[in-house]
Design a protein around this ligand. Structure first.
Ligand SMILES: Cc1cc2nc3c(=O)[nH]c(=O)nc-3n(C[C@H](O)[C@H](O)[C@H](O)COP(=O)(O)OP(=O)(O)OC[C@H]3O[C@@H](n4cnc5c(N)ncnc54)[C@H](O)[C@@H]3O)c2cc1C
Ligand code: FES
Length: 253
C-alpha cells in the first residue's frame, strides 16, 4: 500500500451523474485486483476525509475509478481537471479471489458494477462470466464494452428503459437453472445484497458467493474502526482491512 501524489489524466462523464477519473501514478504499485479500492482525496481541502472508490480499470501506472456524484466530495471531484494532483492511498483491502473457480456469476447494481468490472477484466481469459447487471434507467447504463467481456450479459433497468425491466438479483435467480456456475461475485446497494442472500437461501443455491461491502471510512487501512460491519457470529469486522470482500454467509446483511 502506498500514499502517492497522482496526476489526473482525465475526468469524464460516462453516464448520468457518473464519472470516470483516470489517475497516472508516479510509480508502479505492483499487483491490483478487482474488489480492491483506493482512498482518494477530492482535491478540496474542506473535505478532510478521502473517498473510498473501487478500482475499475488498470493500465500500467494508469488507474481508473468511476464514481457517482452523491455528496459534496464527489461533486467537487467531478470538477477536477486533467493535470491536477490528487493524493491517493492504494491498493487497499482484499479482492474477489477466484482461484479454483471456472464459471462465475456476476450480480451487480448501481456503482457496485465498477469493482466487478475489474474482476471480469482480470479473469476473462481463463474463466467464464455470466453477468446480471442492474441500472436505474437507460441514462445510467455505462461500460457495456467492459461488461461484454462476459460469456453472457443480462442488463436490467428498474423502468425497462434499457434491457430487461427488473433487477439484477431476479435476473440471476431466474437464469440460474440454465447456467452452471461454481461461484458468485456481487456488489451493489446493501438492500440488493440482502435480497441476494435471502434468495440464495430460499432457492437452495449453495455455491460460494463473495460480496463487496460499502461502509463509511476514515483511514481506509484498519486503524480507526469507523468502517466496522457485523459478522454472523456478532463480531466486528473492518470493511477496509478484513474486506471489502466477504463470503455472503460470514456477514450480517
Ligand atoms: C470499498 C468501497 C468502494 C466503493 N467504491 C465506489 C465506486 O467504485 N464508485 C462509487 O461511486 N462509489 C463507491 N463507493 C461509495 C463512495 O465511497 C461514496 O459514494 C462516496 O464516499 C460519497 O462521498 P461524497 O463526498 O459524495 O458524499 P458525502 O455524503 O459528502 O460524504 C461524507 C462522508 O461520508 C462518506 N460516505 C458517504 N456515502 C458513503 C458510502 N456509500 N460508502 C462509503 N462512504 C460513504 C464519504 O466518504 C465521506 O467521508 C465505495 C465505498 C466503499 C466503502
Ligand atoms: S476505515 Fe479506518 S479501520 Fe476501516
Amino acid at each position: 500500500m502506498k500514499d502517492l501524489t497522482a496526476t489526473v489524466k482525465s475526468n469524464k462523464k460516462i453516464a448520468e451523474n457518473i464519472y470516470m477519473i483516470t489517475l497516472t501514478l508516479p510509480e508502479d504499485v505492483g499487483e491490483m485486483h478487482g474488489g480492491q479500492f483506493v482512498n482518494l482525496s477530492t482535491g478540496n481541502g474542506a473535505n478532510l476525509l478521502r473517498r473510498p472508490l473501487g478500482v475499475c480499470l488498470r493500465d500500467g501506472k494508469d488507474v481508473s475509478v468511476c464514481y457517482q456524484v452523491k455528496g459534496k466530495g464527489t461533486a467537487y471531484l467531478s470538477t477536477v481537471e486533467a493535470g491536477r494532483k490528487l493524493q491517493v492511498l492504494l491498493p487497499l483491502g482484499n479482492w474477489f479471489d477466484l482461484d479454483g473457480y471456472k464459471n462465475v456469476a456476476v450480480v451487480g447494481g448501481g456503482v457496485g458494477i465498477f469493482p466487478l468490472i475489474a474482476a471480469i477484466r482480470e479473469n476473462c481469459h481463463t474463466k467464464n462470466f455470466y453477468s446480471y447487471i442492474g441500472f436505474r434507467n437507460a441514462g445510467a447504463v455505462c461500460l457495456l464494452d467492459e461488461l461484454g467481456k462476459s460469456r453472457k450479459l443480462t442488463v436490467t433497468t428498474d423502468d425497462g428503459s434499457y434491457g430487461e425491466k427488473g433487477n439484477a438479483v431476479s435476473a440471476f435467480i431466474d437464469d440460474y437453472p440454465n447456467i452452471k456456475v461454481d461461484a458468485v461475485i456481487a456488489c451493489g446497494p446493501p438492500v440488493m445484497l440482502g435480497v441476494l442472500k435471502k434468495k440464495l437461501k430460499e432457492e437452495g443455491i449453495s455455491v460460494p458467493c463473495f460480496v463487496s461491502l460499502e461502509e463509511r471510512m476514515g483511514c481506509g487501512m484498519g486503524a480507526c474502526l469507523v468502517c466496522v460491519c457485523k459478522t454472523v457470529s456478532g463480531e466486528n469486522a473492518r470493511v477496509c482491512r478484513d474486506g471489502p470482500v466477504f463470503e455472503i454467509n460470514e456477514v450480517q446483511l
